[in-house]
Design a protein around this ligand. Structure first.
Ligand code: FEO
Length: 424
């Protein structure tokens, strides 16, 4: 069961290798670890990124996914250590996003006899990224299989997890699922397996990945989880981060929880402030929300980042969001947070806005417009203060915060029956 931090990062090298890359006999990781990247299209990848590619050596060897374009040579080098490039007959493309497909032009040129295996939508997407006129394609759809010798590749379409053309590839003989972005993490490490690194770190990064990449597609995640429910899975190999060799049911259960808004009793007070008046209001609201059994967090927008804020928002049921009024609207980074959240579509939040103003209003009112556009339920009218908040107004903030905290407790209880959501 997940819920404790176990630094079980002991080396478990097989056959004396420094980095164990073997998933099963004849199946190896051949991807690239991007240690220094931090900005993954605005996602703050605080621990770096990996682009996972897998080589299956069989009568007709297959490569599962490629890597980002700039690392194509590293991919070919990793494959060459294990196999002649000419032995590879199939290259499976589970997902056409360039962090996995970018190396395909170099790979296809290096393996001119290989056939690219993907679904119809993926072929169309690849042809809009690259010149695919000389590529041989083998198109597949859910339920199709491809025998490569001792093993069979089975394909499962997973539309919108993460793009329309996304799919999983499953090897029944190995009980091994190649899950592409799903169950992945942005986590650069010299270890390849989840049981070789601290589990709490893997879960933290899997949660951050879900919140910032997968959350808008939670309904499709539910369908995908239903689709794989009957499959016997002993290992999940995603396209980012470490491979799940243990804790399979935990990460699948967490995906179900994140997809279905199984909220913790958790409140966020998120704010930006010009001259500390809105900060004082935020502190008073946070004080009110800090009830026994409630996890309450105070977040200054410019002391955090979009990636972290979105991750916190995902499993919070209740949110107070504040901004001082600046030029008749909210402060710019408050607008950036709400614009980002609107795209990620976190659902079923209870909220209210707050903030100070001077000679003209506009900050909290602009926040309320975002709340409405995201279909969040507004608990009460904005709490506003002309310039510095009075002690009476700060009492009002505490009272509103307490009401929000109590609602968070009730929502968590209603969600689970008896508040049994597993951490995180
Ligand atoms: Fe890792 Fe959606 O690409």
């Amino acid at each position: 069961m997940i819920g404790h931090c176990s630094p079980n990062g002991q080396a478990k090298d097989h056959q004396g290798k420094i980095m164990n890359t073997t998933l099963r006999e004849g199946i190896d990781w051949v991807g690239y670890v991007d240690w220094t990247i931090r900005d993954f299209h605005s996602y703050n990848a605080q621990r770096g990124v990996t682009y996972n590619s897998y080589l299956i050596q069989d009568e007709q060897s297959a490569l599962i996914d490629a890597v980002k374009g700039q690392f194509a040579d590293e991919l070919l080098k990793n494959i060459s250590v294990l196999s002649e490039l000419s032995n590879i007959k199939y290259i499976v493309c589970n997902h056409a996003e360039p962090d996995h497909s970018g190396a395909l032009p170099v790979v296809m040129e290096s393996m001119p006899d290989a056939t690219l295996v993907c679904n119809k939508k993926c072929q169309a997407t690849l042809s809009q990224h690259f010149d695919t006129s000389n590529w041989k394609f083998h198109l597949v759809a859910t339920g199709d299989t491809l025998s490569i010798g001792k093993r069979t590749l089975q394909f499962i379409d997973t539309p919108m997890v993460h793009w329309p053309e996304s799919m999983f590839t499953y090897i029944p003989e190995e009980k091994l699922l190649f899950s592409m972005d799903a169950f992945g993490q942005h986590y650069a490490t010299s270890r390849r397996f989840s049981d070789e690194v601290p589990l709490c770190t893997v879960i933290e990064e899997a949660k951050t990945y879900y919140a910032n990449i997968i959350m808008p597609f939670s309904r499709q995640v539910e369908k995908t989880l239903d689709r794989i429910a009957g499959i016997d899975i002993d290992m999940i190999a995603p396209s980012h981060g470490v491979i799940w060799r243990e804790n399979m049911s935990d990460i699948i259960n967490l995906y179900r929880k994140w997809a279905t808004n199984c909220f913790k009793p958790k409140v966020l007070v998120i704010y930006d402030t010009m001259w500390e008046s809105t900060a004082k209001m935020a502190a008073a609201i946070h004080e009110g929300t800090s009830l026994p059994g409630v996890e309450s967090k105070l977040i200054h927008i410019r002391h955090s980042d979009l990636t972290k804020i979105a991750t916190e928002v995902m499993d919070a049921s209740c949110i107070a969001f504040g901004s001082s009024t600046l030029n008749g609207g909210m402060m710019p980074m408050a607008g950036a947070v709400l614009t980002y959240l609107k795209g990620l579509r976190p659902a079923n939040k209870l909220c209210f806005s707050f903030g100070s103003y001077g000679w003209g209003k506009g900050g909290p009112e602009a926040i309320d417009e975002y709340f409405k556009s995201m279909k969040w339920d507004i608990l009460n009218e904005s709490i506003t203060s002309r310039y510095k908040p009075t002690s009476e107004l700060l009492d009002d903030c505490r009272t509103a915060g307490k009401a929000l905290g109590e609602r968070a407790k009730q929502i968590a209880k209603d969600n689970t029956g008896e508040n049994i959501c597993i951490n995180p």
